[in-house]
Write a protein that binds this ligand. Structure first.
Ligand code: NAG
Length: 322
């Protein structure tokens, strides 16, 4: 893992923990180099046939495949492991060697997505499953051992364990996803192309950093190959077109609670560049299913000096830097 990515993952974990209000927990419970050693451990996974193993922490971030074992050294009542894969992957989670007491209030729940500050990604509107089907509760699942497969590149596990020496092992695997739709970026800089081929679906690419986003290609409303190409329409705003790209900014991860920063519905290239000074910046492709839509963009972290000067409580105009 390159040093930059490592530093970014660390930053990511720290920002996650502060989002969860758990930073004090980390400070109190981990040696000061704890997070660094965690990330360097992640680096040791080199070859494909080597099964990576390490202990799971009460607050953890997993970016590799492997076996992660949690053993409670004291009652741990609010633990969460965030799992993230590459944009073009989904995550398979499997529990085994589970030794917990469901009747005493212990639990392990897997979630198809992330929950941060009470908000969910992907939002209820964008995920293919209803909310209750996105949770897999080990204690109420009938099958021996529970497993879960995510619909996007993020998933998580919540757990509460009261008794000393109780625990479980989590097996994390990544599977290829040929049509990634909702995506959480692993880092505050990069580039991505989102393609939506003839599906009535909305897809969000979420970057939980303040970033500058530059659209490099936007192709909307292309007719099916066996249809006549329609005349380029000129819309006033994007509402009439059906298919468009939204840039959203906000301080939570639920895209349905975020504020629109810009709507883009014209197919041309090298068009938009925008700074979004929020905790979460999203590129969202809204598709009617009539067309093949394609949007490419690049993004980079905003410098401290580029962030909005006044941190108002009101969300109005909070996200637009310029
Ligand atoms: C996609 O988003 C648009 C605008 O928010 C909404 O009208 C439409 O119903 C959504 N489509 C799906 C499949 O959820």
């Amino acid at each position: 893992m390159p040093l930059l990515l490592r530093a970014q993952l660390l930053l990511f974990l720290i920002s996650l923990s502060s989002w969860m209000g758990l930073s004090r927990y980390i400070e109190d419970n981990e040696p000061s180099d704890g997070l660094y050693s965690l990330l360097s451990l992640e680096q040791k996974r080199e070859s494909e046939d080597f099964i990576f193993r390490r202990p799971l922490r009460c607050l953890d971030m997993l970016a590799t495949e492997g076996l992660f074992t949690f053993v409670a050294s004291q009652p741990q009542l609010a633990c969460a492991a965030f799992v993230i894969a590459e944009p073009s992957e989904v995550i398979s989670l499997e529990l085994f060697d589970v030794n917990i007491d469901c009747n005493a209030g212990d639990f392990i729940k897997m979630f198809d997505g992330w929950v941060l500050k009470g908000e969910k990604f992907p939002s209820n509107l964008d995920h293919p499953l209803p909310m209750h089907q996105r949770y897999t509760d080990y204690c109420s699942s009938t099958a021996a051992g529970a497993s879960s497969r995510s619909a996007q590149n993020v998933a998580m596990v919540f757990f509460r364990i009261h008794s000393h020496d109780s625990g479980f092992t989590l097996n994390v695997k990544k599977l290829h996803n040929p049509f990634p739709c909702n995506i959480m970026s692993q880092s505050p800089e990069g580039s991505f192309t989102m393609v939506m081929p003839h599906q009535r679906r909305n897809c969000s690419f979420s970057i939980i950093y303040p970033v500058e986003i530059r659209l490099t290609e936007l192709s909307l409303g292309q007719a099916r190959s066996n249809e006549l190409v329609p005349q380029r329409q000129v819309w006033s705003g994007c509402s009439g077109s059906g298919d468009y790209v939204e840039l959203l900014g906000g301080n939570g991860v639920d895209t349905s609670h975020m504020s629109p920063v810009a709507d883009l519905c014209f197919s041309h290239s090298g068009l938009a560049q925008m700074k979004i000074g929020c905790d979460n910046s999203v590129v969202r492709l809204v598709s009617s299913g009539n067309y093949i839509n394609r949007v490419s963009f690049q993004y980079r972290l905003l410098e401290r000096s580029e962030l909005p000067k006044t941190q108002e409580n009101s969300l109005d105009n909070f996200c637009s830097v310029e």
